[in-house]
Design a protein around this ligand. Structure first.
Ligand SMILES: Cc1cc2nc3c(=O)[nH]c(=O)nc-3n(C[C@H](O)[C@H](O)[C@H](O)COP(=O)(O)OP(=O)(O)OC[C@H]3O[C@@H](n4cnc5c(N)ncnc54)[C@H](O)[C@@H]3O)c2cc1C
Length: 536
């Protein structure tokens, strides 16, 4: 029995069919598959909830994806293979699928471009100390940032208790306020001085303003041809794979194969009860969301990708401590407005490259402007042209981090679309006159957060570990910042364990134990070019 037809649940289902004689039965509360990685189709325009890059340092995952959707040929000069680099990792992909013009059932190789929008200007992302950045900031502000950095260096805050201390010690107050504070607080909805410094230690590794300055100065004296060569080296260009019709296409095809292989997927069916004796799960109660009828289904194993909070509520543990911690687990919710436009506003920055209709070349843009609530802007045309019904239009995703029940969450669809369009107009990216259509998608529990009760998660894990045939996997299923690949790997370990009579189950918790995350910026040891970034 599998709760949830997201990447983790569907990977478990397909792997069970491929490698065992266990027949998977999947119950999915939503009316479509894919979980957070689904594609929402709005009048022929497809939305990706977040912008899902398909890249993994696990070769098993890379091959698995390509087996489901081959990479389309004809995307490079070299016809057969391409080494794809992303966030310091690389993988060889084989371009053996049909060309994207002749088939939909393919993945594209996309080049990453994402920038920061701040002070109504674009900055490199990850933030680089180069002439463009200094010009955008202006001489006076650059000087202030330099002085503030020097001051922080000479008067470092000790001990470093919170994230604010951590960031100010490394970047100075001014740079911290400019590029870290607003965005981090938008994402998490908590002031940086209420987030532990440990968060920074884990996620903002290997940054050094000093190294960045030395690099910036050194590059001034470097032969420009050599510098250009370095810039264009393929290893510096980040690429990822992307299904032609968005991330959900991957999971729709996996679901098709699960059903073709004899597995069963029940959409619109929510698991609302779990029977167990403290050692093993014996049955679940399933609610058909359409008819409101409930039924009891017995099971040998339960793979759960539902939020840990919900799972614990259904298990009703005798120990009230476990229930309390689960109830208090924090989450961040997410809303994205799809906006269809005739054109975007022309740029006022002469260094900025825009298409004829004002569309920027970015896949996504981090909005650091403190006077608006929008956190990120997706340009779906640049993920895959096939996401857009009419190629003459621009299809955007305006992303907001929020909390269920807060002011943003409580707006109705029309209000929200209007609000989001007004924000984009305010920062000069569009004119509302050019908006043709819009929609809204709410994603509850998009981000399992590592605050508050999460410190006590060990108690929950110990309780779950006692139930031998229960496998909590995936992202919310484990309350971990798992990307699709991590979610798939946990599902695969669960399958191995089921096949091997329950052994090796604890391996699930070793996947992504360092919390590495695509969505957050690549703040890692600099390879060739020191860069300053906060995880986003
Ligand atoms: C903004 C954003 C950007 C992201 N970007 C990337 C990226 O670039 N690359 C990447 O690889 N990953 C990315 N991710 C992460 C990716 O979306 C998740 O890792 C992945 O979807 C998790 O898969 P899952 O199966 O564990 O969980 P989910 O996708 O959450 O699926 C769980 C499923 O369980 C169902 N369910 C819940 N409760 C019940 C119940 N009681 N009964 C039945 N069904 C239930 C839900 O409806 C859902 O369909 C991003 C996530 C977000 C929020």
């Amino acid at each position: 029995m599998i709760a949830g037809a997201g990447p983790a649940g569907l990977t478990a289902a397909l792997e069970l069919l491929r490698r065992s004689n266990i027949t998977p039965i999947v119950f999915e509360a939503d009316t479509q598959v894919g979980g957070i990685s689904k594609t929402v189709n709005y009048r022929g325009n497809r939305m990706d909830l977040g912008g899902h890059r398909f890249f993994s340092k696990s070769e098993w995952v890379m091959r698995w994806w390509q087996d489901i959707l081959p990479v389309a040929e004809g995307q490079t000069q070299r016809p057969d293979t391409l080494r794809v680099h992303y966030q310091g990792q690389s993988s060889e992909v084989t371009l053996e699928g049909p060309g994207p013009a002749s088939s939909d059932a393919v993945m594209l190789v996309r080049q990453r471009l994402s920038r920061i929008f701040y002070r109504r200007r674009f900055f490199d992302y990850p933030l680089t100390l180069n002439v463009g950045t200094l010009k955008n900031l202006g001489l006076l502000e650059s000087l202030r940032i330099g002085l503030s950095y020097g001051h922080a260096h000479l008067n470092s805050r000790s001990p470093e208790i919170n994230l604010e201390d951590f960031l100010i010690n490394r970047f100075g107050v001014r740079l911290y306020r400019t590029f870290f504070k607003t965005y981090t607080e938008k994402v998490w909805g908590v002031p940086c001085n209420e987030i532990s410094a440990e968060w920074g230690v884990q996620r903002i590794k290997g940054l050094s303003v000093a190294k960045a300055v030395v690099h910036a100065l050194a590059s001034k004296f470097r032969n420009s041809a050599d510098a250009f060569q370095k810039q264009t080296e393929t290893s510096l260009i980040e690429r990822f794979l992307y299904p032609k019709l968005g991330p959900g296409q991957m999971w729709e095809e996996v679901a098709r194969r699960v059903c073709a292989g004899g597995g069963r997927i029940h959409l619109g069916h929510r698991i609302v009860g779990i029977e167990h004796d403290g050692i093993a799960v014996t049955a679940v109660t399933v609610l058909d969301e359409a008819t409101r009828l409930q039924r009891r289904v017995s099971c040998d194993f339960l793979v759960s990708t539902m939020p840990v909070q919900d799972l614990i509520a259904l298990l009703r543990p005798a120990d009230s401590q476990v229930q309390r911690i689960a109830d208090d687990l924090p989450y961040r919710d997410f809303m994205t407005a799809g906006l269809l436009l005739r054109q975007m506003s022309p740029s006022t920055d002469h260094r900025d490259v825009r298409r004829f209709n004002g569309m920027p070349p970015d896949n996504w843009i981090y909005i650091q402007e403190p006077d608006v609530k929008i956190g990120r802007l997706q340009v779906f045309n640049n993920w895959s042209p096939a996401l857009v019904a009419d190629p003459a239009t621009i299809w955007l995703g305006l992303e907001y981090f929020c909390r269920q029940g807060d002011e943003l969450w409580s707006m109705d669809k029309g209000q929200f679309i209007d609000f989001a369009a007004t924000e984009l107009e305010k920062i000069g990216l569009i004119s509302r006159r050019d908006v043709i259509d819009g929609t809204l998608v709410r994603v509850p529990k998009a981000y399992p957060a590592y605050f508050g009760a999460y410190d006590e998660f060990g108690t929950i894990r110990a309780y779950l570990d006692q139930i031998s045939n229960l496998y909590p996997v995936g992202r919310n299923g484990m309350h971990r910042y798992n990307n699709q690949d991590h979610s798939m790997l946990t599902a695969n370990i669960a399958v191995n364990s089921m096949i091997n009579g329950g052994s090796g189950k604890s391996g699930i918790w070793r996947v992504n134990a360092d919390g590495e995350y695509h969505e957050e910026a690549a703040a890692r040891e600099p390879r060739q070019m020191p860069r300053a970034t906060a995880k986003m």
